[in-house]
Design a protein around this ligand. Structure first.
Ligand code: ATP
Ligand code: MG
Length: 177
């Protein structure tokens, strides 16, 4: 059995790690789709598909999880064809894990079983919260693995996201009051 899970992983955090660790024990293989693969260098999507690939692979390998495939998935802006697009890129899969209602609906319409995964500490293990902390100089490091910190340091990711966030259109990344 191969299971598919798709996320943007901007960045890959300890909530993602926990769910993938659990799934890797339950299934022969986990296919990890890196969503919106074409996006990078924006406040919502600061990291490239390749940088996200490194974050995920290094984190999993350091925990001796090796039964995974990483597949970058670009947006096609046509929901009715999106599942076929994923099928054309990813190794075949039997079951899909997603908490996203649109993803769930699209895969179910194509006959897949979709399981809504349990969320771990969603108040803090959230990409948006981590990006907010990065921008405001708060402690984001506690929410990701050591391997992710290393990748972000290597690519100078914090100065990248702060510089991009300097425009005033990103008011929803405000410091916590
Ligand atoms: P963003 O805030 O940027 O949307 P995110 O934390 O929701 O980031 P995504 O890349 O959107 O991360 O996540 C993809 C999938 O990862 C989600 O649909 C969900 O299944 C899983 N996931 C995200 N956060 C957690 C968490 N805290 N615990 C378990 N699974 C999670
Ligand atoms: Mg999300």
């Amino acid at each position: 059995m191969r299971a598919l899970i798709i996320g943007r992983f901007q960045p890959f955090h300890l909530g993602h790690l926990k769910i993938i660790e659990d799934l890797s024990k339950k299934h022969d293989y986990i296919i990890i789709g890196i969503g919106s693969a074409q996006e990078s260098h924006s406040v919502d999507n600061p990291f490239t598909a390749g940088e996200r690939h490194l974050m995920i692979a290094n984190s999993l390998e350091s925990r001796n999880i090796n039964n995974f495939y990483l597949v970058p998935i670009e947006d096609i802006y046509r929901n009715a064809l999106w599942v076929a697009h994923v099928e054309a890129i990813a190794p075949p899969f039997n079951v899909v894990y997603s908490a996203n209602p649109l993803t769930k609906r699209l895969f179910q319409e194509r006959g897949y079983d979709v399981i809504i995964p349990e969320m771990y500490r969603r108040d803090i293990y959230s990409g948006r919260e981590i990006r907010r902390r990065m921008i405001h100089g708060e402690n984001w490091e506690e929410l990701v693995s050591r391997e992710v910190i290393k990748v972000i340091e290597e690519i100078d990711g914090i100065s990248r996201i702060r510089e991009i966030a300097k425009g005033d259109e990103y008011n929803d990344y405000q410091p916590r009051k």
